[in-house]
Design a protein around this ligand. Sequence first.
Ligand code: ASP
Length: 592
Amino acid sequence: MRPPRANEYRDAWCGELDASRVGETVRVAGWVHRRRDHGGLIFIDLRDRTGLLQLVFHPETAPEAHAAAEQLRPEHVVSAEGRVVRREEGKVNPNLATGEIELDVGTLDALAESATPAFPVDEDGPVDEVLRLRHRMLDLRREGMREAMLMRHTVVRAMRDYLNAHDFLDLETPILTRSTPEGARDFLVPSRLSPGEFYALPQSPQLFKQLLMMAGYERYYQIARCFRDEDLRADRQPEFTQLDLEMSFVDEDDVIGVIEGLLARVFEDAGFPTSAPPPWPRLTYDEAMLRYGSDKPDVRFGLELHDLGEELAGTEFKVFAGVLESGGVIRGLNAGARELPRSELDALTEHVKRYGAGGLVWAFVQQDGSWRSPTAKFLSDEQRDAVTRRLSGRPGDLLLLVADKPLVAATALGELRLELARRFDLVPEGRHDAVWVVDFPMFEWSETERRWTAMHHPFTAPVGDFSDPGALRSRGYDVALDGVEIGGGSIRINRPEVQQQVFDVLGISPEEAEARFGFLLEALRYGAPPHGGIAFGIDRIVAIVAGRDSIRDVIAFPKTASGADPLTGAPAPVDGAQLAELGVKVTAPPRT
Ligand code: ASP
């Protein structure tokens, strides 16, 4: 960091002074982090954005400053001038960047006092999260938050630097707009000038970025705020930040190539080492589901899934035979040499049931190759040996099998795999892996809604024949880091008749399409270039590279899990006159 412009408050940053500056007279400013009195001497750790500096006050040489220092309490704001001196032998603090030196203060200016903080700012110990959010300004002063905010800046700066250097244009799109179809519920804003009508906050800049491509502004990006009114699952925010980008005259390799370069740069600047440099592996959706039971596979550890249909074909075991006959699958994994008690096997069974599986078949491979398993007696020796071989089972290994509908079996085993990794600590320390997932199905059948829905979004280009929507693939791609989806996008539809075909499958009539997306369909009729793009969850990426469990810890002013902001009190009632002006009548009872 450049030194600050010298003024009456300071001419140096606290955290950047070191032994090379010994003998210099400098002025620093910041907050009293901590004060210690030591037999006449007063020590103050002064904090600014860059870190901590120890100030020392001598009663003999600087009586006035010493007297003023006696009045200081945590979080008071001061400016101090003094000489940079080397700390006494034995007083060096190797944990502090400025630990070799201290500032021998000559003059002290007290600039502002502080009430007693609701929790200590000088330590990073656990504090109730609502209390932290209620006093977020104080919380942001703590070291953990400061590191997270600086990391957030580092990540966003790396993104901007990379994209600016690769000819991208940084353009904004509206916040007050119409519903955009990312599949979540919209936040609505009533219009005062058109009573009874509403803006929607964008779920993403999707349609606008496509319009920018059609308008010829190829290579666009934006650090964009997105709004989705979902029932908040753990660690979701109603508003979140995406890196959104779009390119024209490109195919999948072009977009993926740009993103790999960009993420490699982000990880480098963030000091986050991935296990392999790009190009990162690409798995098809089918392969990811088959091998990892997930479309955001965590490939940092083994325990891959295997299909056992061939090995168990013709089985007389009723449960397996029934599943195979009804189009289901039997898949399994080798959990390795583990002697688990019955209670743990039961817990694993409960785990797969949570993901819809009927049950879990377990078997320990014994010395002679036979199985210790309640299921062993239902299988022939050949079937049992074939399964053991397929799963590379050796004596002592625990084999785990699920028989169910393909998606249920995949998901249940995929989640079981993650659970085993957690329980047995299988992820190698410091390992980080990015993978792409490609060739997604275009549509998913929704049992609850009894209709097709788009797996990415309806503007994703399809591949294949529309006579069987379930078999159509899309030109979508997602990138997962350590088993977390951090970004996703696609090559888009650029011809109006294809767009209508997709709407037809989704049950959106031409009239409805015209009403909701007329502006896009019209733009498609005026010469739309082939285009594609992607969006990344910045909050999530920062949380991963900063090693935080919650995205709330990398957002300066986040909401609680129920969408509230304890700091400002939002959401809050508004007065009747304001509602009347908007033509809005509230019928719901107020929150208690
Ligand atoms: N708009 C999409 C999303 O927010 C990403 C994309 O297709 O570019 O998930």
